[in-house]
Design a protein around this ligand. Structure first.
Ligand code: PEP
Ligand code: MN
Length: 337
């Protein structure tokens, strides 16, 4: 249930509506927009008459939201959401480039990655300190030391940091060093982790699960938002299909679909989407053409010696080339990068 208040509605009128929603067992999230206050009532059922609210003083309109997600729905904030992380805005006119290695390996490696990303115009340094690996015998990440290395290099080059949180127990540590917490594809439906991330006040980037439908992605975003954290960035990173040539199938169409169904910013990760570095550039270009608010790619000074995901990791000159070409595509769709 969404109630849009009239321009200039009084606090008493807003409280009246909140009380009515709460009496009907709705949890109410209030957003004070520039013009209108919007009340989103999240409740067990939507069996209500909008007209019951529309007749109340100060109410402009009321909508039943039929989609199972409400806070993540486009209708909740039709103008779209811009998320501020450090000095970076995601979801605005500027397309944000995020780059770095799959895994943090050493200070020297991250220093080089930060330099490559910053000099080419990237804004966010990525790198995994806690790695979800298919095999327990593969490199599992450097942990806190990795986060410290990321923070130092990002600060030196004026970047912000994104890194993956694998478990709720890591949240306090991550918050100390990281500007955006990444929820990996394998954790997209780890509902307890999503609930815990709903209680923090830092942006999270939610990756699409390897076999998740778009509705499931949005319901996972809803978990975080229902907990109180409205700062969710969605990320298309490829899904598993019958195709074996690419590591995953990069679902470019998910980008405009997510943008139409939700007000949340959408980032594309073509590296995990295709798994092969030669295919990252065309998928990155296609993603921005399709409306992505950001690009998340893996880049390493020597990808053939990377500790993980080397095959899909760009070489420095490829990252630079991608950024140059993205500028043209961004301009063609009325954006900048
Ligand atoms: C990653 O970003 O390195 C990663 C593990 O991503 P995903 O969760 O999309 O596989
Ligand atoms: Mn990776």
């Amino acid at each position: 249930m969404l109630v849009v208040m009239n321009q200039g509605a009084s606090d008493a009128q807003v409280s009246e509506v909140i009380q009515k929603l709460e009496a009907l067992k709705f949890k109410v999230n209030r957003v004070d927009g520039v013009v209108h206050t919007v009340l989103a009532g999240v409740g067990p059922a939507d069996g209500l008459e909008p007209s019951e609210f529309e007749v109340m003083a100060g109410v402009k309109e009321c909508h039943l939201i039929v989609s199972p997600y409400k806070l993540a729905a486009r209708a909740f904030r039709p103008e779209g959401t811009v998320i501020k992380a450090g000095n970076v805005e995601i979801g605005g006119k500027e397309v944000i480039a995020m780059g770095g290695p799959c895994s943090v390996e050493s200070p020297a490696q991250i220093e080089l990655a930060a330099k490559i990303v910053a000099e080419a115009g990237g804004k966010v340094l990525r790198g995994g300190a806690f790695k979800p690996r298919s095999s327990p015998y593969s490199f599992q990440g450097m942990g806190e030391e990795g986060l410290q290395i990321m923070r130092a290099a990002a600060d030196k080059y004026g970047l912000i940091v994104i890194s993956e949180v694998m478990d709720a127990s890591q949240i306090p540590l991550m918050i100390k060093y990281v500007d955006i917490l990444q929820i990996g594809a394998r954790n997209m439906q780890n509902f307890n982790l999503l609930k815990d991330l709903g209680r923090i006040n830092k942006p999270v980037l939610l990756k699409r699960g390897i076999a998740a439908t778009i509705e499931e992605v949005l319901l996972s975003a809803e978990y975080v938002m229902a907990g109180g954290n409205q700062e969710v960035i969605l990320c298309e990173r490829g899904i598993r299909t019958f195709e074996t040539f690419t590591r995953n199938t990069m679902d470019i169409s998910a980008i405009p679909v997510l943008k139409s169904l939700s007000h949340l910013p959408v980032v594309a990760d073509p590296s995990h989407g295709v798994g092969k570095r030669s295919l990252v550039l065309p998928m990155a270009l296609a993603s921005v053409a399709a409306g992505a608010d950001g690009i998340l790619v893996e880049v390493h000074h020597d990808p053939d010696r990377a500790a993980s995901d080397g095959a899909q990791t760009l070489k420095p000159e490829q990252f630079k080339d991608m950024m140059d070409k993205l500028k043209l595509i961004a301009a063609a769709v009325g954006r900048s990068i």
